[in-house]
Design a protein around this ligand. Structure first.
Ligand SMILES: O=C(O)CCC(=O)C(=O)O
Length: 292
């Protein structure tokens, strides 16, 4: 999940090489301080200049289009009809959206708030101290934390460029500030955070395993000019040495041949890390043919 295009999240600091020159900033604190004194953003952060992002404006705020919600407690209900209904809802959410909110999950709200606050405290640390914890690898836990400071020209900047996630499922918690957008039927849809919920999304490896039945979905983070947004994205994948391929039960050589090459999870992550965060380009590299 490392961003390699100009963005304003923690991800972006070491990865601005492909874009017009930007001021050399060594930390998110320095970036936040820099932005707070500005009325416009440095030109290198202007996403209108980045191919693939600039022309992708279709956006919908329609109320009826909102991410499905799954009540986790119903999955263990003693009522079999309730269980069966929520399993069908879950399958539909995965197929139609690739994203769903999870409520009644049993994780204490206080713990989720403490995680967000611990994340905030991390970003406030002096640079030297922060570097002790900073991970270099996509799978290092601290890389899951995102901080988006207020931005003077949010309409021109991008917090995190469009991408899908590696792994099976990502769970995301966020403070009460919105900013995540999900690509749904060709449009960017705002995700309005529901308090005390997790946002779950299908990763590339469920797409591979299900031979494209459940697809990973592009998402991005936009910024605003008022509030700091914090999110923690926790990807869940198989063991690093596990080889992931379309499940044999779901393919047949005549009508539904495997649409993806088999690949070790860690090799896929390396493929991802060695390339720009660019849509679903890693998955494209192992796709054997186009699927609907
Ligand atoms: O901040 C967000 O909501 C998005 C985070 C994300 O997509 C990521 O870390 O890969």
């Amino acid at each position: 999940m490392a961003a390699t295009s100009p963005s304003l999240s923690q991800h972006s600091q070491s990865s601005l090489t492909d874009s017009p020159p930007v001021p050399k900033l060594t930390s998110i604190k320095a970036l936040a301080a820099e932005l707070s004194g500005l009325t416009s953003i440095p030109s290198g952060y202007d996403f209108q200049t980045i191919p693939n992002i600039a022309n992708d404006e279709a956006f919908s705020e329609a109320d009826h289009e909102s991410i499905p919600t799954i009540d986790f407690s119903l999955l263990t209900s003693s009522n079999s009809e309730e269980r069966s209904k929520v399993i069908q809802d879950l399958s539909k959410a995965c197929q139609d959206w690739g994203f769903f909110m999870v409520t009644n999950h049993g994780v204490p709200e206080s713990m989720m708030k403490e995680m967000i606050e611990a994340c905030r405290a991390f970003f406030e640390l002096p640079d030297e101290e922060k570097q002790e914890f900073e991970g270099k690898h996509v799978l290092d836990p601290i890389r899951c934390a995102n901080l988006y400071p207020p931005c003077p020209q949010p309409e021109l900047a991008m917090g995190l460029p469009p991408h899908s996630d590696h792994g099976l499922v990502t769970l995301l918690i966020q403070n009460e500030i919105g900013g995540l957008q999900v690509k749904h039927q060709g449009k960017w849809i705002n995700v309005n955070p529901i308090p005390n919920s997790f946002l779950a999304n299908i990763g590339d490896h469920i797409e591979i395993l299900s031979n494209g039945k459940y697809k990973s979905v592009l998402h991005r983070a936009v910024v605003n000019n008022k509030d700091t947004r914090i999110s923690i994205a926790m990807p869940h994948g198989p063991a690093p040495d596990a080889v992931v391929s379309p499940a044999s039960e779901l393919v047949d050589s005549v009508s539904n041949p495997p649409a993806y090459k088999a690949i070790k999870y860690k090799e896929y992550v390396e493929l991802l890390q060695s390339n720009k965060l660019d849509g679903k380009s890693a998955l494209e590299r192992i796709r054997l043919y186009d699927i609907k």
